[in-house]
Design a protein around this ligand. Sequence first.
Ligand code: TMP
Length: 216
Amino acid sequence: MGGKGKGARGKLIVLEGVDGAGTTTQKAKIVEWLRERGEHVHGTNEPSDGPIGAMIRQILRGRLVASTGEGKASPIDPAAVALLFAADRLDHVKNEILPALERGYHVVCDRYVVSSLAYQGLDTDLRFVRQINDKALAPDLTIFIDVPADIAMARIEATRVGRDSFEKLAIQKRVAQAYKEILADWRGGRVITVDGTAPIHTVTRDVRQALESLLG
Ligand code: TMP
């Protein structure tokens, strides 16, 4: 961040999509474009770079596991993982997102509450996931980058060495379906869907159009 923001509070803009949809790439493009427009902008992501986010990343990579007490490793309970994501979010909002917004910075966040609903809702009660995310600040705009699971998975296979625990085609198909269902009756602020199968610059153009209508 750095520098002094403008008087008005910034907007919270969230990017969502299955793994490989391009949310991280588009976050970087938006941050760059907003800066070029002379806006104050802070780019961030979830899991966050805070302490709970660091723990979550270890869990996703299978480097942090529970133990049954008989020397056997056992995955961390999915409801506990859902709680960690929700806790990370509240910490992220309090210590990073809100201070930036209040200083007049727009915050562009790669993943937020809808990720928890789409991913943790797969093996945890969706009502529980909604409930524990109830206190998270509502975004001003959520941009859903729509890419079918098989295309997104092919991108991951072509570009990444390691895999997070969710990066398997069968899971991504369920995540893609969950995103559709959750966003169909979403009441947590404005949502815009863009076609993420187009070339990167076309997706960026569509995302920019969505933002122009928000920022004026
Ligand atoms: P990333 O690949 O965008 O860094 O995200 C890491 C993984 O975390 C990705 O597979 C999506 C998953 N995730 C959740 O399961 N729940 C959440 O609330 C968030 C923010 C991410």
